[in-house]
Design a protein around this ligand. Structure first.
Ligand SMILES: [Zn+2]
Ligand SMILES: [Zn+2]
Length: 617
């Protein structure tokens, strides 16, 4: 009886006619891009009170598919399914799992660095970290991080059509929920779906028990207002199989709603936030205030429960990790959503985080606050191009050529397709209280097995530096604006190299800065050889994020932190030195080479790092 009601309520998630005839109107799509993402590219993502209210542009030239296109896609999908002979049961290696001791757990940055150096954890792309048993943060209960004034706060979801995830199309917004409403909807959906699975004989297939008893085994009595109702359950394996059946076979049309990328400054973090961090974040929102630096101790111990302030001050609190000693990201000034300010994620059964790697190829860390497990797949960073090739081939079979589906975070495809293309892949199941770390450039994606809540943020260790350069070059080739300027970050690290605590790290940064200097030297020579001799040094106060938009290269979207070229014909149009020929057709004497940092300045910074290196010897 109870299940029947549930089914009714959740029926919109199964609407028969949503399938291939559902066109996303431009307005809907525009609305659905309203959530400030870190990966949108052309949007200037630094968050401030003013910007938050600003109207959003469409991040990409997204167009809803036409009806003819829809038909063609459906046919192509049909054909490719037949060709692929998918096997969703394919075995995938398990990602490494680590269990830090209390001592090791004192410093997350040092520990993750150790996993890379001593256990080659980066070779898997992702890994799981299970905290010591003493770890018991206060956030886990819903009420503790939705204080009274926030319990009525609502968030907008993204609707995900599971059977269309392999097409890489953009999805519209779902409904608006409070956390409690979302939880109810999610739990109702789980029961309705399990009941459908049960009716179709897809529950209890893999447990190896006697036929007949299965359905009964999966039912448990739950008391609800004194009335007994039956609740079904499934194993993670059954749900994983069911997920790929829906995504890959496209026989059933299933829609779920995902509450992703919720700003913790607005919605509240799952972790307690220290007063000085709150103050610093507020100071970033106010251009006139002085930014206070946040200081964290390198090691914070959980011994004897860690003391009353432990969870506010420890590095595994994801609000703190980007600012931890040794994380290069603490050299960024400003609140960058999802990068140095965590995002919250409210998930339900099958809600999907599509394949992607992090902005600027940064590290990421994800914590599971509470609820049903989350399934992760990861591809090592050095197999990223192989992964992208596979996706390109897949797209070719899908007719509709959607550009940058990975960047737009809308495409999901399973182990069968990737393994068939020899893409190395690992899998992991993240339970409440566990962390998942993703390494630089490593593609990852996955889905939830029921209602849950997670939180994630980025960080950077010195070994990330070459990846940052790689990302910057890749973005310039595809005209994608970076979320953070690689040059600004690295030059800031060089000014104050305290986070480089060994010689190897110093050498990595020196090498990178030397490349930057060589690049500048070569381009400046090219400019002067071509008659561009007007050179103007820019004042230091221009070294501020407020100016970033004004000095974005018109051609490659690079943030011209060191130098740029302008012409008297259009003061708004700026290009990087690489694209000096693409500025305009005016004569060289109309043009002006602006610089914020001279070769000499860069040389000074390199010297600074060399001196720091000497002290470490
Ligand atoms: Zn450029
Ligand atoms: Zn001109």
């Amino acid at each position: 009886m109870a299940i029947a009601t549930v089914k009714n309520e959740a029926s919109e998630h199964y609407s028969k006619d949503t399938g291939h005839t559902e066109n996303l109107s431009s307005a809907e799509e525009e609305k659905s891009t309203g959530v400030k993402r870190k990966a949108t590219g052309v949007e200037f993502v630094r968050r401030s009170k003013r910007e938050r209210k600003k109207a959003q542009k469409m991040p990409f030239g997204l167009q809803p598919p036409s009806q003819a296109e829809e038909k063609a896609i459906a046919q192509a999908l049909e054909n490719s399914k037949k060709l692929q002979r998918l096997n969703s049961d394919i075995a995938v290696d398990t990602a490494p799992v680590f269990y830090p001791t209390l001592e090791e757990f004192e410093n997350p940055i040092a520990y993750i660095n150790k996993l890379r150096e001593e256990a080659s954890a980066d070779q898997s792309g992702i890994c799981k970290i299970v905290p010591p048993k003493e770890w018991d943060p206060p956030h886990a209960k819903l009420n503790s991080f939705t204080p009274p004034d926030r319990s009525e706060k609502t968030f907008i979801t993204k609707k995900q059509f599971l059977h269309r995830l392999e097409e890489g199309i953009y999805f519209p917004e779902g409904k608006r929920y409070t956390i409690k409403e979302y939880e109810k909807m999610a739990n109702d959906f789980t029961q309705a779906h399990l009941s459908a699975m049960n009716a179709a004989g897809r529950l209890g297939q893999s447990s190896g028990k006697e036929e007949g008893d299965e359905a009964n085994d999966r039912k448990s009595d739950v008391k609800n207002n004194g009335e007994k109702i039956e609740e079904l359950s499934a194993t993670p394996e059954e749900l994983i199989k069911e997920y790929w059946r829906i995504v890959e076979k496209c026989e059933d049309k299933v829609a779920v709603e995902y509450g992703n990328d919720l700003d913790v400054i607005e919605y509240g973090s799952g972790f307690p936030v220290r007063k000085d961090l709150k103050d610093t974040r507020e100071s970033y929102e106010d251009p006139d205030s002085n930014h206070k630096e946040i200081k964290f101790k390198r090691n914070v111990s959980l011994k004897d429960g860690g003391g009353p302030d432990y969870y506010e001050s420890c590095g595994w609190n994801l609000n703190n990790l980007p600012h931890w000693p040794g994380s290069l990201l603490r050299n960024i000034r400003g609140n960058y959503n999802g990068i140095n300010v965590p995002w919250l994620y409210m998930g339900m059964l099958f809600s999907t985080f599509a394949w992607h790697n992090e902005d600027n190829y940064l590290y990421s860390i994800n914590y599971h606050h509470y609820g049903a497990p989350k399934v992760w797949y990861g591809v090592p960073g050095d197999a990223a191009s192989k992964f992208e090739e596979c996706i390109e081939k897949m797209k070719a079979q899908r007719v509709r050529e959607e550009k940058d589906v990975l960047q737009k975070l809308v495409l999901m495809t399973g182990p069968a397709t990737l393994t068939a293309a020899n893409v190395p892949l690992v899998k992991c199941i993240q339970n409440p209280g566990e962390f998942v770390v993703t390494f630089p450039k490593a593609f990852h994606g996955g889905f939830s097995l029921g209602f849950n809540c997670g939180e994630a943020v980025n960080f950077a260790l010195p070994d990330w530096i070459p990846f940052g350069r790689d990302a910057s070059e890749t973005y310039r080739k595809s005209q994608r604006a970076p979320s953070i300027s690689n040059e600004r970050l690295l030059m800031q690290v060089a000014r104050n190299p305290v986070d480089l605590d060994n010689i190897e790290s110093c050498d990595i940064l020196i090498k990178d800065l030397e490349k930057t200097m060589e690049d500048q030297r070569r381009l400046q020579k090219e400019l002067s050889q071509n008659g561009i001799t007007n050179i103007v040094g820019m004042p230091g106060d221009e070294d501020s994020e407020e100016y970033d938009e004004k000095r974005q290269c018109h051609v490659c979207m690079h943030m011209c932190y060191i130098s740029a070229l302008v012409c008297s014909c259009d003061a708004e149009r700026v290009v990087c030195l690489r694209h000096w020929q693409n500025l305009c057709n005016c004569s060289p004497d109309q043009k002006c080479h602006l610089y914020w940092y001279s070769l000499h300045d860069i040389e000074d910074l390199i010297l600074r790092v060399r001196m720091h290196r000497k002290k470490l010897m």
